[in-house]
Design a binder for this molecule. Structure first.
Ligand SMILES: Cc1ncc(COP(=O)(O)O)c(C=O)c1O
Length: 355
């Protein structure tokens, strides 16, 4: 059972649906490391087709999908240009320790476009070590779950071609972005050399990510996956859940987005909480006013009533993420619980209160 009745800390907190559990129990399996697991092969073929790419590879996590993509697209000493708040920047320095790359960060509002990359590359006082890779993220997690459209990717891809660079897309939540933009994942990701996306986030699978790309690139990604110990054995058990996630997940995301909008309205109405970004896709980020609310007491009170809230320190930030295991009525209930929690964590009595 999940730790909180209304789990809003992350869309990684979903538990497998009955269909997933059944598919997992019945999955045909063999040794994935030997390239023989039929369910993994089916998942990889399904993903490659969905994204209009030659090949795909199943990896244990988004972190490994990102890292193996970087390894496949760069050499040691190369520079990766990236939004300074990309998830990859926080993956424990793996870009430096394992891939041997340095980062050239750019400040954005969640949408890194070709003009920003050009400006950053051309204005560096000390020229960066060989700029090899443009790193993108859609939706952008830490910048509020914002999504961006295919025209931005097209600009990035053209610039990369001009400069002899490659393009990676961290699409942990690319299906959320596609729903938000009203386009297919194929259209949204066209031109990127590698796309990593997570089965284990909004799509609801218990495990795993995919990397899609050309046959040659995916061969390199798969080699690095094996080098890092990511090759698996009877992984069809997990791939079976991934196939159900791909079948059922995308159609549910619009409801998650509507729920996040509604939650944003409810949160914005609570004294002491301000939305940091407009609610976007399945995320709401709020700032806690330290003059008005005791953040720890607020979070503890919400959790005590069964609402899981992600406490992102430092900076008085909280994150709420919707997913298919929180429905519209749970959002209304969470809104009331959060309002009560804020009252119990208020630092000053409301104006006019007596004694
Ligand atoms: C944008 C983004 N990229 C990558 C990851 C890493 O995925 P994993 O936790 O599967 O390693 C996450 C995880 O939350 C993410 O939000």
């Amino acid at each position: 059972m999940a730790p909180y009745r209304i789990e809003l800390r992350s869309d990684t907190q979903t538990v497998p649906t009955p269909d997933m559990r059944e598919a997992m129990a019945m999955a045909e399996v063999a040794d994935e490391q030997w390239g023989e697991d039929p369910t993994v092969l089916e998942l990889e073929r399904t993903c490659a087709d969905m994204f209009g790419r030659e090949a795909a590879v199943f990896v244990p996590s988004g972190t490994m999908g990102n890292l193996t993509s970087m390894l496949a697209l760069t050499g040691r000493g190369d520079t990766v240009i990236v939004d300074g708040l990309s998830h990859m920047v926080g993956e424990n320095g793996n870009y430096a320790v394992v891939a041997g790359c340095t980062l050239l960060p750019v400040e954005t509002d969640g949408v890194l476009d070709a003009d920003m990359v050009r400006e950053r590359l051309d204005s560096a006082t000390i020229p960066p070590a060989r700029p090899a890779l443009i790193w993108t993220e859609n939706t952008h997690n830490v910048r509020g779950g914002v999504s961006w459209g295919p025209e931005v990717m097209q600009g990035i891809v053209e610039l990369a071609a001009e400069r002899g660079m490659r393009v990676h897309l961290d699409g942990a939540r690319i299906f959320n972005a596609a729903v938000d933009q009203g386009v297919s994942v194929e259209e949204l990701t066209a031109g990127a050399d590698t796309v990593q996306f997570c089965l284990s986030k909004g799509l609801g699978a218990p495990f795993g990510s995919m990397v899609v790309g050309s046959g040659e690139t995916i061969e390199r990604v798969a080699r690095y996956k094996k080098m890092l110990g990511g090759a698996m054995r009877q992984a069809g058990v997990m791939a079976a859940a991934g196939l159900i996630a791909l079948r059922d997940g995308p159609a549910r995301l619009a409801a998650d987005h509507a729920n996040a909008q509604r939650l944003g309205e409810l949160l914005a109405d609570i004294p002491g909480l301000d939305l940091i970004y407009p609610a976007a896709t399945n995320m709401v980020f709020v700032r806690v006013d330290p003059e008005v609310l005791d953040q720890q007491r607020f979070v503890d009170a919400a959790r005590a009533q069964g609402v899981g809230v992600a406490d992102i320190r430092p900076g008085h930030r909280l994150r709420f993420v919707t997913h298919h295991q929180v429905d519209a009525s749970a959002i209304e209930e969470a809104g009331q619980i959060l309002r009560d929690a804020a009252e119990s964590a208020a630092l000053h009595a409301p104006a006019g209160a007596i004694g």
